[in-house]
Design a protein around this ligand. Structure first.
Ligand SMILES: Cc1cc2nc3c(=O)[nH]c(=O)nc-3n(C[C@H](O)[C@H](O)[C@H](O)COP(=O)(O)O)c2cc1C
Length: 156
């Protein structure tokens, strides 16, 4: 079984864990904002775009999803919602007939709303949403485990 981890994060430690995730037949794809964003921008405009469910400009390259059986799409929670870059990705890519697991990185706040929103966006992109799981940033970093193994374990 081949798995693709598609991730977005503004956090360097999380990005490193995603980039270096290991596992049999596992690849990664990073969603990148087209413009560099300052922490102040993320806190203000980033939160506003997240709350209103909007996109931000992302780089145009796309992964070849056909090669994979399972897609994991990972986003931080911003103001109780998935990040705008992940919205942009889900609106620009067709996940038709793909089994998709949503993965949310949280700061420890309430999760149910973001969980629901990500599930709906995965379905709107055509994916078959197997599950949406949340991992608090703290336990992700303390565990130092493969992000893909953790997500698959939680989704099982
Ligand atoms: C603008 C902003 C808003 C956030 N809002 C929430 C929130 O509503 N709930 C929560 O649990 N964590 C929240 N967090 C924490 C992040 O979800 C958490 O730190 C995540 O693991 C890493 O986020 P990052 O990739 O944007 O750095 C927020 C972080 C940022 C930067």
């Amino acid at each position: 079984m081949s798995t693709l981890l598609i991730y977005y994060s503004e956090d360097e430690q999380i990005r490193d864990l995603c980039k270096n995730t290991y596992g049999h037949n596992t690849d990664t794809f990073e969603i990148r904002e087209y413009f560099d964003r300052s922490p102040a921008y993320v806190k203000t405009i980033g939160s506003y775009l997240a709350i209103t469910g909007k996109n931000t400009a992302i780089e145009k390259n796309k992964p070849d999803l056909q090669q994979y059986d399972t897609i994991i799409i990972a986003s931080p929670i911003w103001a109780q919602n998935p990040a705008p870059a992940v919205n942009a990705f889900l609106r620009a890519n067709n996940l038709k007939s793909k089994e998709v697991i949503g993965l949310l990185f949280s700061g420890g706040g309430s999760l149910a709303f973001a969980n629901d929103v990500l599930r709906k966006r995965i379905l709107l992109a055509g994916g078959i949403c197997k599950s949406v799981v949340t991992i608090p940033k703290k336990s992700l970093i303390e565990n130092n485990m493969s992000v893909v193994s953790l997500a698959l374990q939680k989704a099982a």
